[in-house]
Design a protein around this ligand. Structure first.
Ligand SMILES: NC(=O)c1ccc[n+]([C@@H]2O[C@H](COP(=O)([O-])OP(=O)(O)OC[C@H]3O[C@@H](n4cnc5c(N)ncnc54)[C@H](OP(=O)(O)O)[C@@H]3O)[C@@H](O)[C@H]2O)c1
Length: 381
């Protein structure tokens, strides 16, 4: 029987890669519903391939236009509310590919409508990890990570006992500036930061990769997803992005997952787990390659240490880290702040929040802190 799938954020980088995987398995997967933001052209490309009866976008006119043109569309939804409604449509699997903190409510809604969430969005788990873990248990929903590092860890843990884990080792490509001096980092422009040496991703995550805030978010994501302590998570720079992450066990044996750097592989895994279906990506050749590993430089990339600090404070501090970073990235892309101002802005917001931390926040408290940090930053610049 076909698995029924919905993709939230279908027009983005994760969304398009998911669609690409699904095109290879039309006899096994059905795209029943999808959402997008404003990219109506890309949404139309999806509809030419998949006759999805339910769609949602941020703009009413876009979905009304598509409904008029494609008679198989049964119902359309629009605006933030519409995306939430679409997230509640029952499917076997939800692929969560919306970028940023805005994904948090649709992610929560997906727990009532799917038995499996293929989770690419990291911001929602960074903000609300404990709530997501509680929902996972209460509703019996599987979260299969799509982030390549967390997929690698998930794969390395299959068949292992939690108590045997010694360390989770996240690999990081190091981004385009891994060899740039502190002095030169001052003059980095958005167009330089958007040129990632290995991965082709959305703008926000590409900038995050260049500041290592992405790895910071991923440390928090790993702690929540795998329910381990911060001291059990390490980061190594691995420029070739072939080893996607590793797990060290108590006997010092290390398991890793390797593959070509192509997001379609973790997406395919999340859609079919535990089955290993026919390949969509090319095979990895082990000949004539060098694999390097070295420690990150927290002095040049302070966003990494700030993420650890946010996690040590816990509660709402990870929301502050996330929102401050998200706003800083937007300001950098708009050329309103410099590259090295990104971690400074995060640090400043975290400093201001130190006496206001809510240790075990509810979702509405998380959203309130998120809005407050956004307002603070908007009022400053
Ligand atoms: N890209 C990767 O390879 C990669 C790898 C690992 C993890 N991730 C994570 O996956 C998530 C998505 O990343 P991405 O690179 O795919 O981002 P992206 O290319 O920017 O795509 C984001 C998607 O979300 C939609 N969207 C944006 N804002 C929205 C909002 N407020 N409400 C509803 N939909 C909205 C966009 O719609 P429109 O484009 O139509 O406006 C698009 O479909 C991020 O959390 C990222 O950290 C990505």
């Amino acid at each position: 029987m076909k698995k029924i799938v919905k993709i939230l954020g279908a027009t983005g980088s994760i969304g398009k890669n998911s669609i690409d995987v699904m095109k290879n398995f039309t006899n096994r997967l059905e795209l029943y519903a999808f959402s997008f933001g404003y990219n109506v052209r890309e949404a139309e490309e999806i509809l030419k391939r998949f006759s999805s009866p339910y769609i949602a976008s941020l703009k009413k006119e876009d979905v009304l236009y598509l409904k008029k043109k494609y008679s198989f569309i049964k119902e359309v939804f629009w605006g933030d509310e519409g995306i939430k409604e679409l997230a509640q449509i029952d499917t076997d699997i939800t692929v969560m590919g919306i970028s940023g903190a805005e994904a948090i409510i649709p992610t929560m809604k997906a727990f009532d409508s799917s038995k499996r969430i293929a989770l690419a969005n990291k911001e929602s788990i960074v903000m609300a990890g404990p709530i997501i873990n509680r929902l996972k248990r209460e509703k019996g929903v599987e979260i299969i990570p799509v982030d390549s590092e967390h997929s690698a860890i998930f794969q390395s843990l299959v068949g292992e006992r939690r108590e045997d884990i010694k360390k989770i080792i996240l690999t990081a490509s190091g981004g385009p500036f891994r060899n740039l001096s502190k002095e030169k980092l001052k003059y980095v422009r958005p167009e330089d930061a958007l040129r990632h040496p290995v991965w082709h991703m959305g703008k926000k995550v590409t900038i995050d990769s260049s500041t290592l805030a992405n790895k910071g978010l991923e440390i928090i994501e790993a702690v929540y997803l795998f329910e381990v302590s911060l001291s059990m998570v390490d980061v190594v720079i691995h420029p070739q992005s072939i080893v996607h992450s590793l797990v060290e066990f108590n006997d010092h044996s290390i398991k890793a997952q390797l593959g070509v750097p192509d997001m379609r592989l973790p997406i395919q895994y999340a859609l079919f787990y535990p089955e290993r279906t026919d390949a969509v990506v090319r095979p990895l050749s082990l000949f004539n390659r060098t694999l390097e590993f070295y420690p990150p430089d927290p002095d040049r990339f302070p966003a990494l240490s700030l993420a650890k600090e946010a996690l040590m404070f816990g509660g709402t501090m990870t929301t502050v880290y996330n929102r401050a970073n998200e706003e800083a990235v937007r300001l950098f892309l708009d050329k309103k702040i410099s590259f090295i101002d990104i971690p400074k802005l995060i640090e400043k917001e975290m400093e201001m929040h130190k006496n206001e931390i809510i240790v075990a926040p509810t979702l509405s408290e998380i959203l309130e802190v998120d809005r407050k940090v956004k307002r603070n930053i908007m009022n400053q610049i």
